[in-house]
Ligand binder design. Structure first.
Ligand code: SF4
Ligand code: SF4
Length: 370
């Protein structure tokens, strides 16, 4: 397992981080705990030390499921990252209550990596109004938080404002070889690096899509080690950036976890030829992409029953399919975009800033034409 120790972070942190946003669930939507326990056992035995969750993941059930899986292991053998739902906090007085609930759910007395979740310009106004910077200092002094950071899907200029407001120890951004210009993107990475703030990466596989590239598009990867998965190229591309401390992956199946462990145990440095191959695959995927949806489901549920990520996935998958028969086999989900009433609820929730209403119209038109 690769480890890095960067910036203010004194820990030796595994470069592969265990994400808890996409655990497998049963038909009633409950997390399958046995599966989580099995995955965490393998992750711990393989040297993964960074376990990431958020107050709101899995309708507020992710933290507990993660804690349950980590129960057999000494607290000092892993680090926990959890995210404060700034959007839910209604007053300064509520901050302690949120932190105490997070600690209780995680069954711990401290959170190693405490993040302000999904910072936006609007949420930053709240952060200032509720004096969250001073509060973070107090919680650090009390030993309830070790390091303070933020996650962000916003313009890179917000990073400047956040770093001027508080000496954050780390930051989490979305980055993968497809989304170098996605806000804050590579510019955000460079800004954080210049400020000596270590970076945690989310969505390295763009919701899993970079692990499932059609073979004909992934052709440039075939000249390298055949045992390497398509997902590994995304991780290897990211590992090439030295200020990336940890790359989160929401591994909900054992084969994904084992494949990722193999990638992060691989000592061979990424070559110039591999990076060129990544560029070729990116260019090809870009020409086929309909909508940059990662399948995060932040926009769900739609009050009118539209399966937004399912519709976008079908649209993108059909665009990537090579043969007509394959294309025809990919259909919209039953909860189709035609049900959209343009209520607008979903658009402000999308971290990719997708104009969902317009895109659903286009998706429906293209997917239903004969
Ligand atoms: S705008 Fe359309 S898709 Fe979005 S929540 Fe409203 S009805 Fe659902
Ligand atoms: S439309 Fe946006 S919020 Fe919804 S799943 Fe896709 S990326 Fe996530």
């Amino acid at each position: 397992m690769k480890y890095r120790t960067l910036g203010n972070i004194k820990d030796r942190v595994s470069c592969l981080g265990f994400g808890s946003m996409r655990f497998l669930t049963d038909k009633d939507g409950n997390i399958i705990q046995e599966k989580v326990n099995e995955l965490i056992k393998t992750a711990m035995e393989s040297g993964i030390t960074y376990y990431d969750t958020a107050y709101v993941y899995h309708d507020e059930h992710s933290e507990k499921a993660l804690a349950e899986g980590l129960k057999p292991y000494p607290r000092e053998s892993y680090t926990l990252a959890d995210k404060l739902p700034v959007h839910l906090v209604k007053s300064e007085d509520e901050l302690d209550g949120y932190l105490d609930r997070m600690l209780e759910r995680l069954n711990t007395t401290y959170i190693d990596f405490f993040l302000l979740h999904a910072m936006s310009f609007e949420r930053f106004e709240k952060v200032k109004l509720y004096h969250i910077g001073e509060w973070l200092d107090r919680k650090k002094a009390e030993g309830k938080i070790r390091y303070a950071g933020f996650s962000i899907h916003e313009k890179d200029t917000l990073i400047d404002e956040l770093l001027s407001y508080y000496p954050f120890d780390f930051a989490q951004i979305m980055l993968n070889y497809m989304d170098v210009v996605h806000e804050p993107g590579m510019v955000g990475y460079e800004k954080l690096t210049k400020a000596n703030v270590p970076v945690i990466i989310m969505e390295p596989l763009r919701g899993g899509s970079l692990a499932n590239i059609p073979d004909f598009i992934a052709e440039p990867f075939k000249k390298f080690d055949a045992a390497r998965s398509y997902a590994s190229y995304s991780f290897r591309w990211l590992l090439n950036y030295p200020n990336i401390m940890t790359i989160l992956s929401g591994m909900n199946e054992m084969d994904q976890l084992l494949d990722n462990i193999k990638t992060f145990n691989d000592e061979t440095p990424v070559s110039k030829e591999e990076l060129e191959a990544v560029n070729q695959v990116r260019d090809e995927l870009m020409t086929k992409q309909k909508v940059p949806c990662t399948g995060c489901r932040y926009c769900m549920p739609c009050p009118f029953g539209v399966d937004i990520p399912g519709s976008f996935k079908a649209w993108n998958d059909r665009a990537k399919a090579r043969y007509t028969e394959e294309q025809k086999a990919i259909q919209l989900p039953a909860e189709s975009p035609v049900n959209c009433q343009a209520c607008g609820r979903c658009e402000s929730l999308c971290p990719q800033h997708i104009q969902i209403i317009d895109m659903l119209k286009k998706c429906n038109k293209e997917m239903t034409k004969e």
